[in-house]
Design a protein around this ligand. Structure first.
Ligand code: HEM
Length: 331
């Protein structure tokens, strides 16, 4: 986090597309947790270290392609006869992407297995791949984990975790207004407007509706967040509405479900929340923010792009001014 704030400090006074820096921050945190430290160099210009296979920006391109191909509508999936023509070229792109990902995964798995062999009895799992490889070798496990499972699981975690004097984790519980800002942001702009489809496993009744077993259920977070019967003046951004109210984001308060609810609820919610809270807190503490000279507040578009997730249609460009003593930006 300090390195992130320090890097931004170098851009003070210039218009900055904030999203690019935040995406890079979350990707570097998540990829470290999943794959370990040494597989990426930080920028495209860095010399790749002996263990790194690509730069972080290159990996970001791969993750962007995964997210894009996940949300496209492939004609052949709906009208099978022209499928072999691959009219939109998506299948070709998926195959090319798989090749790149396989090369990357093989490299990462080999490195982890080599380290485990070298350390023998002293080996302690340090990241998600270490743990998954251990499970894949476990003969007592009821369910056999294959390398394809490992590829899928690690990719899910990376894709799910990236489409967030430093403020530290221990400070967060003492920042109730920050908590309210997070909730209000997730109410008005949920990361995904429709939850992925869920399936009713048995007949049930929800809010006086009879839902039959086998029904595919789409939960519309966007409209729940703007429902005037639940929220006073829902179009207004007013974090204060959450102060002193017992509404959480952990799937128990049905009026606010940014991470879903139930068994398919987001497994990364705790990490996602912490990353967002820490980055926002640090950005607000370290800098004063304004719009570039040529942009007026009323010109700022809050439109959202459609897709699997709903980022801003036009990324925010802002100008930072340091507000702390200079030595606090050094790492
Ligand atoms: C602020 C950050 C995040 C938000 C708002 C978010 C939101 C969501 C939502 C709404 C779902 C669908 C839940 C449902 O179907 O009911 C989901 C699923 C998922 N998320 Fe997240 N997420 C975030 C961060 C993360 C992180 C950091 C990770 C991984 C480290 C992650 C991994 C996943 C995975 C693997 C699933 C699929 C779960 C399943 O289908 O069983 N997410 N997320």
């Amino acid at each position: 986090m300090r390195a992130f704030v320090s890097r931004l400090h170098g851009l003070s006074g210039k218009p900055v597309v904030l999203k690019n820096h935040l995406v890079c921050l979350s990707l570097s945190i998540i990829s470290r947790m999943v794959f370990g430290k040494k597989h990426f160099s930080v920028s495209g210009d860095d010399q790749l270290g002996s263990n790194s296979i690509m730069s972080l920006p290159e990996f970001q391109e791969i993750v962007d392609e995964v997210l894009l191909l996940n949300r496209v509508l492939n004609i052949g999936d709906w009208i099978p006869w022209p499928d072999f023509l691959d009219l939109q070229g998506y299948v070709k792109r998926m195959k090319a992407l798989k090749k790149k990902l396989d090369r990357f995964h093989d490299h990462v798995f080999d490195q982890h297995k080599r380290k485990k062999k070298e350390l023998a009895k002293n080996f302690v799992p340090q990241d998600m791949v270490d743990l998954l490889l251990q499970l894949a070798d476990d003969p007592d496990l009821d369910f056999k984990l294959t390398y394809d499972h490992l590829r899928g699981l690690t990719l899910d975690l990376i894709a799910g975790g990236t489409d967030t004097a430093a403020v530290e984790e221990k400070d967060i519980p003492h920042l109730p207004y920050l908590d309210a800002i997070m909730k209000e942001t997730m109410r008005k702009h949920p990361v995904t407007s429709l939850l992925p489809p869920h399936l009713a496993m048995e007949n049930c009744e929800v809010a006086e509706y009879d839902i039959q077993k086998g029904t595919r259920v789409f939960v519309n977070l966007w409209s729940i967040g703007r429902d005037p019967s639940l929220w006073e003046q829902p179009e207004e951004f007013r974090p204060e509405r959450f102060l002193g109210r017992n509404i959480d984001v952990k799937g128990r308060s049905f009026e606010l479900l940014p991470f879903g609810a139930g068994r398919r609820m987001c497994p990364g919610y705790n990490l996602g929340l912490k990353m967002d809270q820490l980055s926002i807190a640090n950005l607000l503490q370290a800098f004063n923010w304004k719009l570039p000279d040529n942009t007026k507040v009323e010109d700022l578009s809050m439109e959202e792009a459609s897709g699997l997730t709903t980022p801003r249609k036009f990324p925010l460009v802002a100008v930072m001014e340091p507000r702390l003593p200079l030595h606090l930006y050094k790492i």
